[in-house]
Design a protein around this ligand. Sequence first.
Ligand code: PAF
Length: 279
Amino acid sequence: MQIIRDIATLHRAVAALKQGGKSVALVPTMGALHAGHLSLVRMGRRVADHVVVSIFVNPTQFGPNEDYAAYPRDEARDAALLVEEGVALLWAPDVATMYPGGHATHIEVAELGADYCGAARPGHFDGVATVVAKLFNQVRPDVAIFGEKDWQQLAIIRRMARDLDFALDILGAPIARDGDGLALSSRNAYLSPEQRAAAAAFPDALKAAVAAIAGGADVAKALADAEAAIVAGGFDSVDYVALADADSLERLTIFRAPARLLAAARMGKTRLIDNYAVD
Ligand code: PAF
């Protein structure tokens, strides 16, 4: 696996991978890879001839009081995992390569980025959309793969790619979960063993709300019950539990498909997100 850190070498390497009409899948990540990321890589191998993974802890998507400095980084470990998965190329630029002095442009997907995580993390999705657009231009993949755990992020990236005419397919990969149902996340590493044991209350509460809504229960009551169950299960606060149109992310007070139950909650200094389809 080639590890590349400058854009000119990246362009040459991707051109070589594409020779003979071969296709390239991009899996953008911030490293600290877990089984969820590896499932994205495997999807990439199924849908394209070569997989390029990017690792870049993007400073512009972290707020001033968030965990940018503390975000787990272990490139050697990540690279070893990617070699085992048959990844062709690791794109690992540093901050100066991604944002050279004078970098002044950013992308805002206004309609989709304001609510939910966007409300709790102002500017976060502008940082995500901007870096993902740059990654698309740098790697020029045929397909890019994102985890469905970050459902709002996925919806924003789809809309950005559509609005800006990026010529690639965007695929969402199903959420990878631990045995107790907690969605895999690099941030789960922040939880103490006691917190980790309690955190299963989060998916449990969301599954109960999905069953209630799908069974015809009042949406507002199902959402309120889920919030109460999350707090009773040991979380300190709930940022939101909402039923949303799966594509536009419009809040729904009456169930209609396709819908998604979206949620974020905090336990100690850890903020977890999750979501489920409501059929
Ligand atoms: O989901 C992530 O890991 C990041 O938000 C992404 C898409 C790699 C952009 O930095």
